[in-house]
Design a protein around this ligand. Structure first.
Ligand code: PLP
Length: 381
């Protein structure tokens, strides 16, 4: 009846593990969402704008009041200016923004470099655009980019590089030196960049987030993607934004206007109000999530897992090689069913996982009580 355009794509691991967690009544540390609510003022603003009648289509690039707040936030947190009219587009989730950015710049036959373990939405978008994802592994243990290897994989067909920092699933971050290496390669080979920065405010231990927006030479050739869902604990609102120079933004909007056309109106007004009233809110997230990471890791100190504390995101990898050498996909399912704790296997984020890949990903955007209960189960293994 229909020839699949994505024959190798099934249901995402997040959907499968969350469904299994529900079915088994397990603690769900698999999918990346908080089990606590967003700030009350934001929820109230949402209700207010729905009741005030902000329920029809927003302008295609987003409600201007929100784009103004975003420009102010980028100036405050990253020290760079961007034009709300020509450089900021509000989208229904970073996933849609990434999809539109890929569609806007990948032509049939183009190669796109991605780094494994790789967030699962990139490759299907590349394939639908007629391109080919070229997978490069991050280094073992530290999950860093090997820039010499990147340089050796660039061909005349390479069009785009997709980076993600802070990185899901490993929790590693890119340094300013990494971005300079990227800039040199991108300039030499005239490449475009998609920079997935949805966890930009979730960085720990006194580190700063380094954005492509801050690097002259990269800024001009990059789509930077963000998610309100991650920053304001409203993943179900599926709202994000893209910042890119005017020429790239114009192409992204051409696609966006025929994929979704607009993001949800009252959500945009609510976010604009909240950002205007609480500009310092994102700055609180680093210490908030660092505390959660530390509660989880400290409660696991006597476990048999090897732990290297996450540098960013709300994910913690646990290395189980001292416990078993079973495959992570089998183990994940078994522990969800038998022990009542759900996580995510990271081998599924690789084209070809390393032979000895023994990591599971746990989301620590959970109440302290859930984190302690999870650690208790894991300590018993
Ligand atoms: C690395 C990464 N990029 C993009 C997204 C998608 O963000 P959104 O929910 O705004 O589409 C996620 C969500 O988990 C993510 O982890």
């Amino acid at each position: 009846m229909i020839e699949s355009k994505l024959p190798r794509v099934g249901t995402t691991i997040f959907t499968r593990m969350s469904a299994l967690a529900t079915q088994c009544d397990a603690l769900n540390l698999s999918q990346g969402f908080p089990d606590f609510d967003a700030p009350t003022a934001l929820l109230e603003a949402m209700a207010r704008h729905v009741m005030a009648g902000h329920n029809q289509y927003a302008p295609m690039p987003g409600v201007l009041a929100l784009r103004d707040q975003l420009a102010a936030q980028v100036a405050l947190y990253r020290g760079v200016t961007c034009d709300p009219e020509t450089e900021i587009t509000v989208v229904p989730g970073a996933t849609e923004g990434i999809f539109c950015a890929v569609m806007a710049c990948v032509h049939p036959g183009d190669e796109v470099l991605v780094f494994d373990p790789c967030y699962d939405s990139y490759e299907p978008a590349i394939e639908l655009a007629g391109g080919r994802a070229v997978h490069l592994p991050l280094t073992e243990h530290s999950f860093a980019i090997d820039w010499e290897r990147v340089a050796s994989c660039i061909t005349a067909r390479t069009r785009l590089i997709i980076i993600n920092s802070p990185h899901n699933p490993s929790g590693s971050t890119l340094s300013s030196e990494d971005l300079l290496q990227l800039r040199d390669l991108a300039e030499t080979h005239n490449l475009l960049i998609i920079s997935d920065e949805v966890y930009e405010h979730l960085v720990f231990d006194g580190q700063q987030h380094h954005s492509v927006l801050q690097v002259p030479g990269l800024r001009e050739r990059s789509f930077a993607l963000y998610s309100f869902g991650k920053t304001f604990s409203v993943t179900g609102w599926k709202t994000g934004y893209c910042i890119a120079p005017p020429a790239l933004t114009a192409e992204l909007r051409k696609v966006h206007q025929f994929v979704a056309f607009v993001a949800v109106t009252p959500i945009q007004h609510a976010l604009a109000d909240f950002m205007r009233d609480e500009p310092g809110y994102p700055a609180t997230l680093g210490s908030f999530y660092q505390r959660k990471r530390d509660i989880f890791c400290e409660a696991l100190a006597d476990s048999r897992f090897a732990i290297s504390p996450s540098a960013g995101t709300y994910f913690q990898l646990l290395d189980y090689c001292a416990i078993t050498t079973e495959s992570d996909t089998v183990l994940c399912e078994r522990w969800t069913k038998d022990l009542g704790i759900a996580s995510i296997p990271i081998s599924v984020f690789y084209q070809s996982p390393p032979e000895q890949e023994y990591h599971l990903r746990f989301c620590f955007a959970k109440s302290d009580e859930v984190l302690l209960r999870a650690a208790e189960i894991l300590c018993g293994i």
